[in-house]
Design a binder for this molecule. Structure first.
Ligand code: GLC
Ligand code: CA
Length: 560
């Protein structure tokens, strides 16, 4: 296969709503992005993935689309999009849009027709969605078709009186799932995708891509996720999009899937296959869950970080795709807490742990995705009032915790530790009002630590996290680190994160302590001639036995 631009890329994930507000309505927008393109170029990224920008009632910040062909008024106009593409391309930055194919908003014209038997287009659009008749219990009362639970908490079914049916929504009830068995629906999505390609977009991140097919037998199940996740037939749909739309137009794609076997991974993103170019997977993302917690269940309770499982997840993907496909590396996205608060220590070891996380991730091979604000060490939110939160998921889950016996304080702490809002607070540009994001109160409060943690301050400090990211990104390109071969050292060690990445001209050795206490590591390799190029305490000589302070991390280089 010819080498593709995305194999050498560093992608920046940009949450448009919180990046930069240009017109002072409190909401980030396209002109805001345009005004910061120089910043992104200076950081050294060459592609940006922008969260959904389409017209939307914003129940799920734009993942609920009410018109695929329109730009949300919150974010600007189609002219702004064209301007962004043009200006980004001048700086050699590619534009990747979020493509939501699993569901729409309930306010889209399709759904309005689908739910209303008197609508002139009812017949055509009814079948664009997934409907089931009610069931009745022993007392003759109407009950839901199944007990399946949505990803945001609560049932997947919502009753529609006009047709006496339930529609399926695996996310919020304002996001009905599309029926991928309907040919007209698929054709409409293909046409729409092609329309954006023709406008000049370079690629897509395909949202919720392993959920497109459902179990149409609708068996009972609770939560029943297996009935709408990774059902083999979804590969057929993805391949159809790939062969008909993505590949003939030479656009880049990355899918999203909760997990995959080796065989499936290759289906998704093997070089020879035509679904996606790369896949975003989550094996390393919730390595500190307390899965037995009954009061804030699922991802919501925090336990000890299982460092081993993080390493094993990356290792597994590198091995599965070795020579057969291309890996993505990233710490977190807009759906997870801030990595520094999550896997690092955002108070006592702020500097040490933020750099440790940078060294451990960004010397691995594959194409990195850096999440907005990660490069300046933004932290989780500090909200004290439930009403400071914005995410649709937060409110269903809060009620759920209370009903399971949580106190208000316990529920609030779970939200501050684990909710998606943690990653979505406004970017901390400088120490002026609202962190330089907007002159008016933002749609979501800025985290108060912006007076200390902000880009302007870090730009001036050669040792700042920002300058560390910048320097590593430059080195990544110069040394073609994306292209290397990784080998973990002592992968089953519970506390350390140690590996070598062998590139064409050098070997990089990363030795890191993931814990807030001292550890010692033994390196069973030839250690001669390595030079210490990055450190977060002080420069060190390499020895076979190495004592590491809390979060101490070192990068060594050996020229070949
Ligand atoms: C994906 C997105 C998430 C969104 C969901 C529904 O998981 O990353 O933010 O809420 O799909 O579109
Ligand atoms: Ca704005």
């Amino acid at each position: 296969m010819n080498r593709k631009w995305w194999q050498d890329a560093i992608i920046y994930q940009l949450y448009i709503r919180s990046f930069k507000d240009s017109n002072n309505d409190g909401i980030g927008d396209f002109q805001g992005i345009i005004s910061k393109l120089d910043y992104l170029s200076d950081l050294g990224v060459n592609a940006i993935w922008i969260s959904p920008h389409y017209e939307s009632p914003m129940d799920d910040n734009g993942y609920d689309i009410s018109d695929f062909y329109k730009v949300s008024k919150d974010y600007g106009t189609i002219e702004d999009v064209k301007e962004l593409i043009k200006k980004a391309h001048k700086l050699n930055i590619k534009i990747i849009f979020d493509l939501v194919l699993n569901h729409t908003s309930d306010e889209i014209e399709w759904f309005k027709a689908a739910k209303d038997p008197n609508h002139k287009d009812h017949e055509k659009y009814h079948d664009y969605y997934i409907w089931q008749p009610p069931k009745y219990n022993g007392k003759g009362e109407r009950v839901m078709p199944t007990q399946w639970r949505s990803w945001f908490g609560g049932p997947v079914w919502e009753y529609n009186e006009a047709t006496n049916e339930y529609y399926l929504h695996i996310f919020s009830k304002k996001m009905p799932d599309l029926n991928w068995r309907n040919e007209d629906m698929k054709n409409d999505l293909k046409k729409m995708t092609k329309w954006w390609i023709d406008l000049g977009v370079d690629g897509f991140r395909v949202d919720a891509s392993n959920h497109l097919e459902k179990n149409w037998d609708f068996p009972e199940g609770h939560p029943g996720y297996e009935n709408f996740s990774s059902i083999p037939k979804h590969h057929e749909y993805l391949e159809e999009m790939g062969t008909e739309v993505f590949y003939p137009n030479d656009v880049f794609t990355m899918g999203e899937s909760g997990g995959a076997s080796k065989e499936e991974a290759i289906k998704y993103c093997g070089f020879e296959n035509k679904e996606f170019d790369m896949l975003i997977h989550f094996g390393h993302c919730w390595a500190d869950g307390d899965w037995d917690n009954k009061i804030t269940p699922g991802k919501w309770a925090k336990g000890k970080i299982d460092v081993k499982s993080i390493k094993h997840s990356f290792d597994r993907w590198f091995k599965m795709l070795k020579g057969k496909g291309w890996n993505i590396i990233y710490w977190h996205n807009h759906d997870q807490p801030r990595v520094l608060s999550h896997y690092g220590n955002d108070s006592e070891y702020y500097n040490e742990s933020s750099k440790m996380l940078a060294y451990t991730l960004y010397f691995m091979p594959g194409t990195p995705i850096v999440y907005q604000g990660e490069e300046i060490g933004m932290t989780n939110v500090d909200y004290e009032d439930l009403n400071d939160f914005r995410d649709v998921e937060v409110f269903t889950e809060y009620d759920n915790f209370i009903s399971l016996g949580a106190t208000h304080e316990v529920a609030m702490q779970a939200l501050r530790d684990r909710s998606r809002d943690n990653a979505r607070s406004p970017f901390q540009w400088d120490n002026s009002v609202n962190s330089g994001f907007s002159e008016v109160t933002p749609w979501m409060n800025t985290v108060k630590n912006y007076t200390e943690i902000n880009l302007e301050k870090q730009r001036k400090d050669p040792n700042s996290l920002f300058n560390t990211y910048k320097s590593i990104f430059k080195l990544r390109k110069d040394e073609m680190i994306n292209n290397g071969y990784i080998k973990f050292i002592d992968i089953d060690n519970e506390d350390s994160y140690t590996y070598i990445n062998e590139t064409e001209n050098a070997i990089f050795l990363i030795v890191a302590n993931f814990r807030n206490f001292d550890i010692s590591v033994y390196l069973d390799i030839n250690i001669e001639n390595y030079i210490n190029i990055y450190y977060n305490y002080s420069v060190r000589e390499l020895t076979k036995n190495i004592e590491l302070k809390p979060y101490e991390a070192l990068v060594f280089k050996l020229n070949k």
